[in-house]
Design a protein around this ligand. Structure first.
Ligand code: ADP
Ligand code: ZN
Length: 743
């Protein structure tokens, strides 16, 4: 039985074809309800999903044939489609998915379609593809010095392996593009046209351990068997990636495409290198760091089915796959899967919907699955496979708590300190044995708050409800919400005192400063999202770590997840309480997940890792769960708490965020909405109230929260609600179904 063949769009039923003279409805990729009727041009017939160019007012837009004409435009006003764009039609399942997401998120279909269609809008036929391959001569024969970088390249192109672009090769191999270019110049590498149907030759697969084999077997059995969700729940370092690679290998054998979603592009570099090592080719990437040309190529290859494996950020979900047969969501618990602007959606949840629409299996992988996912496992909606131990000889790290109330950091000649004596000693030990340490603090910059020592005036952003964060590297005070920045003032604007500003609290720059002062010989490196915004930058850093050119890493969460550094044995969490202070229904869960992930970086090879959590509250359930490793108890407690309050996943939330330049106007809209708020059993409306970020990028913000019982669908309620209120043009209402952010 192959039910996948049935869903392929190769054979078009007759009613899906439109002949010249007929009228079709075309959805345009615009953030408004925009579906207009157009006439099929005289020179060609059209099918559902065809990408077409149409006139719109005085310009031309590229849209998609969505169905027969709606008949709401007078016949004489209907304009013809200009032409069909030379790309494959958007498949039925993609269109059904777009419709579903639009209805669920309460967004216009066009806004969702935009995520699918973007590259096609500036369509140009791609240049004939070439690949980079070994040209024949060895480094020695060509007379170039066999540097480590060059040798790595040679190893990568051995056995006939090729790469489809210089940048991709650089990323996958972990060298700079310059080295590759040089080897092309001296004739060691060459650009070759792509062979028509290069058969993929898989390098030898790793031998799986018994537990891994069983997990892989369970997942592989689901391939081709319709829709299913499997949670791959394995401790950090258990080999979850190797396990789902088996399922991808099976797809490579049997045909079709696979999609892997990663939460952050910072994770792609090491992932790509592992993929290339396992499969011998680089998958197509999809994220914000691609050039326009790469985007068009990867989009087209996904649509034609040439791209067998796609790895990407959340928007990859909207690519028009020709024959998608497997989805993997790696680190499924990650908050980064929630897109917070434009179409607000959760990519993990929508991935499950995409799998259901496509009748294919999906794997949700994590060491700390979300409470939502665990609840689905317990209810029997999702299957689960478990990997309880690390791969090989590696064992889970030993987790210690440092009580900052008793073990206070000792000041040094450099000033205030943030590292408590037990952690300092542990770093001493690590340095002595030549091992690497990671100091984790989820806060960029030097100090999160700057205040006047004489009057207490705090420097905050003029456009946001936020303090300005001092950055010593850039010598500026920055707002992390809107990008506003200014030099540190010399005089206090409030009391006039000169040179009175002092930094309060630590950011990673300040911790790095302390580390360098304590260990002048050590090679300290600071890492944050603003220094690591491109996969290539990440690749270089990873190489530096692997080559042991760094002793102490000081970083935010960019490096806290997913990466595998064999020589890193110590993790110090500078402020384990940081995430717990915010009001957020998931604060404890998120902190637990993040600290667990960070801890999981320690001791991933022969030597057992050590983790130190600095906290003011050692008895907190999050710290206790981390120390004891009893995550079941932690989840049970969290789950009970949410169930009692009917909070997600036991109830549903929908947030309305009202914003505008004029606070009184925003408030008035909130009050008007409150007067006609939905009512009934199992329905509750909270607010309006000024948002925590009451001012953001110069806009005043109020929030409302609709809380509904699990069996009540909020979409119809919200639609109906909004129709009953007149909203002035300057006020914007954002709808966030299943909110993850409450600021
Ligand atoms: P996780 O994603 O669960 O944290 P990884 O998939 O990153 O774990 O695996 C941890 C390390 O162990 C990686 O370096 C991986 O290559 C290695 N590894 C896991 N399973 C195997 C195996 N069966 N054979 C060889 N190496 C393995
Ligand atoms: Zn700001």
């Amino acid at each position: 039985m192959n039910n996948l063949a049935d869903t392929a769009v190769s054979s078009t039923p007759p009613q899906d074809r439109f002949e010249p003279g007929e009228v079709v409805c075309v959805v345009l990729p615009l953030p408004i309800e925009a579906a207009y009727d157009y006439a099929v041009p005289v020179h060609e017939s059209l099918v559902l999903g065809d990408v077409v160019e149409v006139p719109l007012g005085r310009r031309f837009e590229v849209g998609v044939v969505w169905g027969p004409g709606k008949g709401d435009v007078a016949a004489h006003k209907i304009k013809p489609v200009v032409q069909r764009v030379g790309v494959p039609p958007i498949p039925d399942v993609s269109r059904a998915f777009i419709d579903w997401v639009a209805a669920y998120t309460l967004q216009p279909t066009g806004a969702v379609l935009r995520m699918t269609l973007n590259p096609a809008r500036r369509w140009q036929p791609p240049t004939p593809p070439t690949v980079i391959a070994a040209a024949g001569p060895s480094l020695e024969t060509a007379g170039v010095k066999p540097t480590p970088a060059r040798q790595k390249i040679m190893a990568a192109v051995s056995k006939g392996r090729t790469f489809d672009s210089m940048s991709r090769m650089a990323k996958a191999v972990g060298v700079s593009s310059g080295v590759i270019r040089d080897l092309i110049d001296v004739g060691v590498l060459a650009l070759r046209p792509v062979a028509a149907s290069a058969a993929v030759q898989l390098p030898a697969a790793p031998t799986l351990e018994a537990g891994q084999r069983a997990a892989a077997g369970t997942i592989c059995e689901k391939l081709g068997q319709g829709f299913s969700v499997t949670v791959l729940d394995g401790v950090t370092g258990s080999g979850k990636t190797e396990v789902y690679f088996e399922a991808i290998a099976k797809i490579m054998e049997t045909g079709g495409q696979a999609l892997v979603l990663l939460p952050e592009i910072a994770l792609t570099a090491q992932w790509m290198a592992r993929f290339v090592a396992r499969f011998g080719f680089a998958p197509a990437e999809w994220h914000s760091d691609l050039s326009g040309k790469q985007r068009r190529e990867n989009w087209l290859h996904t649509a034609t089915g040439e791209a067998r494996v796609v790895v990407g950020a959340r928007s990859a979900l909207f690519l028009p796959f020709k024959d998608l047969r497997l989805i993997v969501v790696d680190e499924e618990h990650e908050g980064a899967f929630k897109q917070e602007d434009g179409v607000i959606y959760h990519a993990r949840d929508m991935a499950v919907v995409r799998a259901r629409e496509g009748k294919i299996p999906i794997v949700l992988s994590s060491a700390t699955p979300s409470l939502e996912t665990m609840t689905n496992v317990q209810a029997g909606r999702y299957a689960e496979v478990h990997l309880p131990t690390r791969f090989g000889v590696a064992v889970l790290p030993k987790i210690n708590v440092i009580d900052l109330k008793t073990d206070k950091p000792e000041k040094g000649p450099w000033g205030r300190a943030w590292l408590a004596p037990p952690l300092v000693k542990a770093i001493d030990d690590a340095l002595r044995s030549g091992e690497q340490s990671l100091l984790f603090l989820n806060r960029r910059g030097y100090a999160p708050l700057t205040l006047c020592n004489s009057c207490g005036h705090r420097l905050h952003c003029p456009q946001c409800t936020a303090w300005l964060v001092e950055h010593k590297l850039t010598r500026r005070l920055q707002c992390h919400h809107c990008g506003y920045n200014a030099p540190r003032p010399i005089k206090c604007s409030s009391c006039g005192a000169a040179d009175s500003f002092v930094a309060c609290g630590p950011g990673i720059e300040r911790v790095a400063e302390e580390a360098q002062a304590r260990w002048p010989e050590a090679r300290v490196k600071m890492v944050a999202s603003d220094t690591l915004d491109r996969p290539s930058a990440v690749a270089e850093l990873i190489e530096e770590i692997l080559q042991r050119r760094i002793d102490i890493l000081v970083g935010t969460q960019v490096l806290a997840k997913g990466h595998h550094f064999p020589n890193l044995t110590l993790v110090g969490v500078v402020d384990a309480d940081l995430g717990l202070s915010s009001w957020d229904l998931r604060a404890a869960e998120r902190t637990y997940q993040l600290l667990h992930q960070v801890s999981g970086r320690a001791g991933r090879a022969e030597r057992q890792g050590r983790v130190f959590l600095q906290t003011h509250d050692p008895a907190h359930p999050v710290m206790q769960a981390l120390v004891s490793g009893n995550d079941a108890e932690f989840y049970a407690r969290e789950s009970e708490g949410r169930d009692m309050l009917a909070m997600p996943p036991f109830g549903r939330l929908t947030a309305l965020i009202l914003s505008g330049p004029d606070e009184i106007q925003v408030k008035a809209v909130g009050e008007a909405l409150a007067r006609v708020a939905p009512q009934g059993e199992g329905i509750e409306v909270l607010g309006p109230a000024p948002a925590f970020m009451a001012l953001l990028r110069g806009r005043h913000r109020h929030r409302m929260l609709l809380k509904t019982r699990r069996d009540i669908k909020p979409q119809a309620l919200v639609k109906d609600w909004l129709e009953r209120v007149r909203v002035p043009g300057a006020v914007r209402i954002q709808i966030d179904v299943d909110p993850y952010s409450f600021f």
